[in-house]
Ligand binder design. Structure first.
Ligand SMILES: *Cc1c(COP(=O)(O)O)cnc(C)c1O
Length: 391
């Protein structure tokens, strides 16, 4: 079965009592057992049956099993936000005295999780330019529990080769963890690229038009003890499991992902091409443009599509604000991969509470607008941007 078929036809874990076609929302906290022995078996994981929805729920299981079938992973855990997927994964891998090697080019909350929250518990974060492999190699040591990176960074759109990071991480027994939110995990095999654990904000492409927050941990089973710790420790003790209502919406989103992503990534490329012709646009950054420095590498790694996020640079921060204020169709909002197109000035918003020096280190420029391209007609989107940007 091809993935778009599998996304719709992955069978339920157990036949539904009423043979519902789509997995119903099992809006229940607890599940009953026939007798005490079966109950003991379920609690001690000798049999697979849900007991309490903080750690297992049939609707969530069906969503997880569909993702598992599509990714070929050994375990998939659905959590209540992308940040929960990232924090639970890193909490499961790290401990006091351990370190994580990563980039300065990170989603803002991930950066703060690493450099503020985990730092308070004695986990050291070592920031490297991941495009300089010698620098990465010099920072990874026997206490490194993970090398963490984003496949296409936001908003810099930098691409590094996971295969090279994997070689460095694995030589020292560290896990390679990839945040793959920017390109749907169905478009490529992270495992084939050497990634041990994939984390995804399913709030974005998967949710199906920004219906709900969610996160996925896609575990290829290559890190000793990780899957067991996620299930037996993280879900129980941190309580960030996805709710059945959200799993229902995100499963529906997954069913239409291939169709939506095809349109959105094509429109992003078309917009990137057209925006280059506007005199007020200093630069268009999109990995799909053939002259982008990461185009060849990204094509090799992630295939023929490059996501639905791009950035444009205007003359100044004031020019960016003016353009944003003039938009009539495109929404001034954060989030990515909604059905509607969104625009934001990252330096003053997502990264607004970082110091100017930190923003400079992260290469978040004052002149950049980020666009997340939706499902509208590309002509309408271009026309809105053209009128907003021109004098
Ligand atoms: C949005 C996002 C996250 C955080 O996901 P939430 O679902 O908002 O918690 C993490 N990484 C990347 C790359 C994102 O775009």
């Amino acid at each position: 079965m091809k993935k778009q078929t599998q996304a719709i036809h992955t069978p339920f874990h157990r036949r539904d009592a009423y043979d519902a076609l789509s997995m119903p929302v099992y809006n229940a906290v607890a599940f009953e057992f026939d007798n005490a022995a079966v109950m003991a078996d379920a609690f001690c994981q000798r049999i697979d049956a849900p007991d309490y929805s903080r750690v297992e729920n049939p609707t969530v299981t069906h969503f997880e099993e569909t993702v598992k079938a599509l990714s070929g992973a050994q375990n998939v855990i659905a959590l209540n936000a992308g940040m929960a997927a990232i924090s639970n994964t890193l909490l499961a891998l790290a401990g006091a005295g351990k370190n994580i090697v990563t980039s300065r080019h990170l989603f803002g909350n991930t950066y703060s999780l690493l450099t503020d929250s985990l730092a308070r518990f004695g986990v050291e974060t070592r920031l490297a330019d991941l495009t300089h492999l010698d620098e990465v190699r010099s920072l990874v040591d026997d206490n490194t529990c993970a090398v963490f990176f984003e496949i296409i960074t936001n908003p810099q759109l930098e691409v590094v080769d996971p295969r090279q990071l994997a070689a460095i991480a694995h030589a020292r027994g560290a896990a390679l963890v990839a945040d793959t939110t920017i390109i749907p995990f169905t478009q490529f095999s992270a495992h084939d690229l050497g990634v041990d654990i994939e984390v995804v904000s399913s709030t974005k492409y998967l949710s199906g038009g920004a219906t709900s927050l969610g996160g996925l941990v896609i575990d290829y089973g290559t890190v000793e003890g990780f899957g067991t710790r996620m299930k037996n420790e993280m879900l129980f003790n941190f309580g960030a499991y996805m709710t059945p209502q959200v799993a229902y919406m995100q499963k529906l989103g997954l069913e239409t992902l291939a169709a939506r992503y095809g349109v959105q990534s094509q429109s992003a490329l078309e917009l990137a091409r057209r925006l280059r012709d506007l005199p007020a646009v200093r630069r268009v950054n999109y990995v799909g443009l053939p002259d982008n420095p990461y185009h060849a590498l990204a094509s090799e790694l992630y295939g023929a599509s490059f996501g639905a996020m791009l950035t444009i640079d205007l003359e100044s921060r004031e020019a960016c604000f003016r353009a944003l204020d003039r938009l009539q169709l495109i929404h001034r909002a954060t989030n990515l991969f909604d059905n509607r197109t969104l625009a934001i000035h990252p330096a003053s918003t997502i990264f607004g509470l970082f110091s100017e020096a930190q923003r400079a280190e992260m290469h978040v420029a004052d002149t950049t607008i980020r666009l997340s391209v939706g499902l509208e007609c590309v002509d309408d989107l271009f026309e809105d941007l053209r009128q907003a940007i021109s004098d």
